[in-house]
Design a protein around this ligand. Structure first.
Ligand SMILES: *Cc1c(COP(=O)(O)O)cnc(C)c1O
Length: 414
């Protein structure tokens, strides 16, 4: 008899985005003329920049010619891209990462989801709450949790990220083996300083633990002393793996490219307590289960780092961050507490005594603005909403005007 993986039964079905879509549809049907502005789903809205399109086209043109055609490439990515990444994202910022420590992939969702395969089933893991759901759900599928009870899976050490601790996870009281961190954070938009990350690196060293560091939003960091990579912290190479993505950095959500950094020093331990180097393990996994990112996409990704590419991508992110400024100022002027929006495209707004779905309904029905209810990211999100800066300036201005009007009865439109 073919038997199912029972762990899938433990998964709490995620209806978040379908529930949102349902509510938006209902509202639209009842109010056919109403304009709806979507500041909900974390997807970019702007086209790929011209430099990236040029690189992409060059790659496609090479595929059209026998002399330059490429078949299977190296699973880990072409050397031209790995070298470019190592130099620009790491070496130029003082982090000693080499090209062969970079594994190019089709995105950070797959990598953050797949990486847990390398670890034993009975390890103890610490996950922030609220959180990007992929870290948790992939560990549930792998059987590292008990049942879902009272809003949480048994067997997981949840790190509550609340106002009291500046939306930063605190070191767990019990010893854990695997720690997920994400900065700048999705959904809260919070960031961690070098000193704050150092605490985690030291903890991991002392406890022979490993940090999985998701830096998908590093390009949104505007305050210069903030670290963009965990490898800017001394000693991190032994205890941390870093995930990056071109999705939010350069609008690649539909193009698909990211990478994972596994330093050669980074280690785990076998059941005898002997050191095992993760680089060899991930290399084995990646080359066995993945056949590389398409050549034109890797050419497009390389173009992100060209002189013109850097300028154009920065302009695009500056535009999104200008939206974030407008959102932050509006929610502050309406008397809400918030975090994020300074080094991240997300603004995490405190509804105080409001439940996040009530807050969502209020914004939708009074202002026609779609946000994401914080409850979708974990128990600690139950009184928050996430507003995203991924939209056009015009739409963000309009959404904020409608929000002001809905909540104060005054319009700022001239
Ligand atoms: C968007 C996002 C990613 C990137 O996903 P891709 O698969 O590269 O598109 C990774 N982590 C977080 C927290 C994200 O929000």
């Amino acid at each position: 008899m073919i038997r199912a993986n029972d762990n899938y039964n433990k998964l709490k079905a995620s209806y978040l985005f379908s529930d949102i879509a349902k509510k938006v549809d209902e509202y639209q049907q009842k109010n056919p003329g109403a304009q709806i502005i979507r500041l909900g789903i974390g997807d970019v809205t702007r086209a790929l920049v011209p430099a990236v399109i040029k690189g992409f086209h060059q790659g496609v043109d090479e595929m059209a010619n026998d002399a330059t055609f490429r078949g299977y490439g190296p699973e880990q990515g072409y050397d031209f891209l790995r070298q470019t990444i190592a130099k620009n994202d790491f070496q130029d910022r003082g982090a000693d990462i080499s090209a062969d420590e970079i594994f190019v992939s089709d995105g950070a969702k797959c990598d953050t989801g797949n990486f847990q395969e390398l670890f034993a089933t009975d390890i103890k893991l610490a996950i922030p709450d609220p959180v990007y759901p992929v870290y948790l759900d992939t560990n549930v599928m792998a059987g590292r949790t008990g049942e879902f009870e009272d809003g949480r899976y048994n067997g997981i050490v949840y790190m509550d990220c609340l106002k009291e601790n500046n939306f930063l996870p605190r070191l767990p009281d019990e010893s854990v083996d695997l720690i997920y961190l994400c900065f700048p954070n999705n959904p809260t938009g919070s960031t961690a300083t070098k000193a704050e990350l150092k605490v985690w690196v030291d903890y991991a060293k002392e406890n022979k633990a490993l940090i999985l560091f998701d830096a998908a939003y590093e390009a949104f960091i505007r305050e210069e002393p903030l670290p963009r990579s965990i490898y800017e912290i001394e000693g991190a190479k032994e205890v941390a793996v870093e995930f990056r993505s071109f999705s939010k950095t350069a609008g690649f959500t539909g193009t698909r490219c990211g990478f994972t950094v596994v330093p050669k020093e980074c280690m785990v331990f076998n059941s005898k307590g002997e050191k095992i180097f993760l680089h060899a393990m991930w290399n084995r996994r990646h080359t066995t289960k993945f056949n590389g990112v398409s050549y034109p996409v890797q050419k497009a990704a390389q173009a992100v780092y060209s002189e013109e590419g850097k300028v154009q991508v920065k302009q695009q992110i500056d535009d999104y961050m200008n939206n974030a400024d407008i959102i932050r100022k509006t929610v502050a002027s309406l008397g809400f507490d918030y975090v994020g929006g300074k080094n991240s495209p997300y603004i995490w707004v405190d509804g105080k005594d409001r439940d996040s779905w009530d807050f969502f309904d209020l914004l939708l029905t009074k202002a026609g603005v779609v946000c994401t209810p914080g409850a979708g990211f974990g128990k600690c999100g139950r009184q928050y909403i996430r507003i995203s800066a991924f939209n056009s300036l015009e739409n963000v201005i309009l959404a904020m005007d409608k929000l002001k009007e809905a909540l104060t009865g005054r319009s700022s439109a001239k």
